[in-house]
Ligand binder design. Structure first.
Ligand code: ASP
Length: 315
């Protein structure tokens, strides 16, 4: 038996406090606390880490405050194409859905695909058909759209026309969870709408096993957020695991090295959450903020967006 631990993120696109209303900040914190509760309840009940990460991500997919599921980003054609993946560190089984236009909860589809076992990746219309065949809920595109995402796309188009740079807030979002269960198993899950104004058919790092999502018992579990192309090129999740396993780095050194040194060179926004086999949690980011939350081994829960950390009730 080991201690249980859980961490979540809601993307590294957090900007200055005045870009959101007080209600929006409260709502985002409330929904992160709900995600922590959902995930932690699974761990507390003695269930597998995979159940905890799925439950936590599900809550954030259903929240309009994060770029996944309801409230996901729009691509260049004003279409939602959703990516998600999940990985079981105990067995290295994984499932990933990409470019889905209709699955209400892509993380559920990723989990069902993992259990189905015939494929790790399903994409586009085939992913939507798979979800439907498995009895998962599909939605019209309008379900995923929020006024904030419509405005973000318009802002990105304006930036493109004017040749100006978009803010980190307009660019980044994604949700994820990592967990260690009482039996010592690790798991990771990530879900996203990608970035606003992304190319039609573009697949990011979130559904790429080893890049935006990775878990391996005895080593670590990782979920990333930020410019996905770089996470793919660095095979970021697997790179962190490799530095821990082969270079014998601790998780903070490995994760911070990737974010603050390797990725920093490319001047892109990036962040991640990671947990090691002892339940040590790290959440480095190089943007002004990152939506994040975690539960300590003593069962205390915290959420944060910038430096300030808020304790929240678990039960
Ligand atoms: N990593 C996500 C992607 O590239 C987006 C983000 O987290 O900002 O699709």
């Amino acid at each position: 038996m080991t201690g249980i631990a859980l961490a979540i993120h809601g993307g590294c696109g957090v900007m200055s406090q005045d870009t959101m209303t007080a209600e929006e900040w409260d709502g985002a914190r409330r929904d992160m606390a709900a995600a922590l509760r959902a995930g932690y309840a699974q761990l507390k009940a003695g269930r597998h880490a995979i159940d905890a990460v799925e439950a936590a991500v599900l809550v954030m997919e259903d929240s309009a405050h994060f770029n996944a599921g309801h409230g996901a980003a729009l691509n260049e054609n004003g279409v939602h194409e959703l990516d998600a993946s999940i990985m079981n560190g105990a067995t290295l089984e994984a499932g990933a859905i990409s470019a889905s236009r209709a699955i209400r909860n892509p993380i559920k589809a990723a989990r069902v695909l993992m259990e189905d076992g015939r494929a790790v990746y399903l994409t586009g219309p085939a992913a939507d058909r798979f979800a439907q065949e498995k009895g998962l809920q599909l939605e019209p595109q309008s379900y995923f759209t929020t006024p904030k995402r419509v405005e973000a796309l318009a802002a990105m188009k304006r930036h493109a026309a004017a040749g100006t740079e978009a803010s980190e807030n307009e660019k980044h979002g994604t949700v994820g969870a990592v967990a260690l269960d009482a039996a010592g198993h690790l798991a990771a899950a990530t879900s996203t709408g990608g970035y606003t104004n992304k190319p039609d058919g573009r697949v990011g790092d979130s559904p790429v096993i080893g890049a935006g999502t990775y878990a391996r018992d005895g080593v670590c579990a990782v979920s990333g957020t930020g410019k996905g192309e770089l996470f793919i090129r660095y095979v970021l999740g697997h790179e962190i695991a490799s530095r821990i396993a082969y270079l014998k780095q601790d998780i903070a050194t490995a994760a911070e090295g990737l974010i603050n040194e390797d990725l920093a060179r490319h001047q892109i926004g990036a962040g991640l959450i990671a947990i090691d086999a002892e339940g040590v949690i790290v959440a480095p980011y190089n943007t002004p903020g990152m939506f994040r939350g975690w539960v300590t081994p003593e069962g205390r829960a915290f959420v944060a967006t910038h430096e300030e950390v808020h304790e929240v009730e678990l039960f």
